[in-house]
Design a protein around this ligand. Structure first.
Ligand code: GUN
Ligand code: ZN
Length: 429
């Protein structure tokens, strides 16, 4: 028997990439008071007419329905250090993050942490994510298992780090390769999971380990690769000392075979024109992490320069450097970062980057990121306001962009009414 559900509300998604600065955009698909007909987890049809009596219904009339958000860079064990005071990147890692990640050597801690983390994503409106667990194989196992249980679209992998990290947080090339191969065999392509060769960042991997990571990518082009690049100036200087032969920080990865269509590079604040050209050439993406960049004082990412150079830009919470799992909070920070450079990020551009844009950059746009027939019914239902200020602002808003922009600027997870994965409610307020 087919599993059916008809979901009703005001549908907002995108049929193309909105242009910079356009508050009126043909790329916006606004379908108020429409029905999504979902069969066996897939969107079968989108229509204005109510379905027949044989369809069970979830009626969210008057609420906004968006594709589930895609967070392209986030650390599952770092809920324990979110909002930690007083440090920039390298000190922050040593003081807070590494000690917290050590606990994930324990399978029970890793399982409990993975469940908490994924349920928190769902409670913030995120249905797909590219995730760093820890160096411990059990932490990746726990994350994949918890993702499969929830039917979530996750891209993740055991973190590689074989130097410049404390005891209990280092692997070695031989063991790391064996662990990666086992995890790939068990999880890559199973349920809605994919494996990412996960290099923490260049300073914590030896050249031998980077080369091993590159070999894994070369053997299987369906694998993703995730890492950090050019986030903080002290970090950039350190990489220059460690890899004097490389032209740039990004070039360290390129030389190891880690720059390709399925590469996700977090931050990318301190890239130059040649780096941007290399990213475009490879079809790789930058996971812009504005909340983290502001909180750690890392710098202001130039989104327009990246776009002008043809680089795909997605948006990421980077919790726990970022201070919220909410993609609404993250996009509001992205707006402010661009404003500092005299640029204005439209609601369309912002929401596109967190849905269809990210799906496209991850080569997953045949599955997620839009509300259209054939795609997975991964979506979220939002209230327009969560308090009197938002409610008042919505009352006086004129026009769709003004309303959606104010919603995204004022809103957060308190506006979330329900999260569906494959048409199944996985979170309700
Ligand atoms: N660079 C290396 N590791 C990390 C991390 O955990 N968070 C951030 N923001 N940057 C990093
Ligand atoms: Zn990060």
């Amino acid at each position: 028997m087919t599993n059916r559900i008809a979901i009703h509300g005001d549908l907002l998604d995108f049929s193309a990439e909105p242009a910079w600065g356009e508050t009126e955009s043909a790329a916006v698909r606004w379908r108020p008071g429409h029905w999504l007909l979902v069969e066996d987890g897939r969107i079968a049809a989108v229509q204005a007419e109510p379905p027949g009596p044989d369809w069970p219904r979830d009626d969210h009339a008057g609420r906004l329905i968006l594709p589930g958000f895609i967070d392209t860079h986030v650390h599952s064990p770092q809920l324990d250090v979110i909002g930690s005071y007083g440090t920039a990147l390298l000190d922050w890692l040593d003081t807070y993050t590494f000690p917290a990640e050590r606990r994930y050597a324990d399978a029970a801690v890793a399982a409990e942490g993975a469940a908490l983390f994924l349920d928190a994503l769902l409670a913030h409106g995120t249905t797909a994510a590219v995730v760093f667990p820890t160096v411990h194989k059990v932490s990746a196992e726990a994350l994949f298992a918890a993702g499969a249980e929830r039917g979530m679209r996750l891209v993740a992998g055991k973190v590689l780090m074989d130097r410049h990290a404390p005891d209990g947080l280092r692997d070695d090339v031989r063991q790391a390769e064996a662990d990666c191969r086992e995890l790939i065999a068990r999880w890559h392509g199973r349920a809605r999971l994919a494996y990412a060769v996960t290099v923490r960042f260049a300073p914590t991997s030896t050249p031998g380990q980077l080369a091993m990571a590159g070999r894994l990518c070369a053997e299987d082009p369906t694998l993703y690769m995730q890492t950090h690049v050019a986030e903080n100036l002290d970090e950039v200087r350190w990489v220059r000392e460690l890899f004097p032969e490389a032209r740039s920080y990004l070039d360290v990865y390129a030389r190891a075979g880690l720059l390709h269509r399925r590469s996700v590079f977090a931050h990318g604040i301190w890239l130059d024109d040649a780096d941007r050209a290399a990213l475009r050439e490879a079809g790789a993406q930058v996971a812009h992490s504005p909340s983290s960049n502001l909180f750690l004082g890392s710098g202001l990412f130039d989104w327009r320069a990246a776009e002008a150079a043809g680089v795909a830009v997605s948006v990421a919470s980077d919790v726990g450097g970022g201070t919220s799992l909410s993609m609404l909070r993250t996009l509001a920070d992205a707006y402010k970062v661009q404003a500092m450079a005299g640029q204005r990020l439209t609601a369309w551009k912002a929401l596109h980057a967190a849905t269809r844009g990210a799906a496209h950059a991850l080569s997953l746009d045949h599955e997620i990121g839009s509300l259209q027939a054939g795609l997975a019914a991964d979506l979220c239902v939002w209230d327009w306001a969560a308090g009197p200020v938002g409610a008042r602002r919505m009352e006086v808003a004129r026009g769709l962009h003004e309303k959606v922009f104010a919603w995204l600027t004022l809103g957060d997870e308190r506006c979330l009414a329900a999260t569906y994965i494959d048409g199944v409610r996985r979170h309700s307020r």
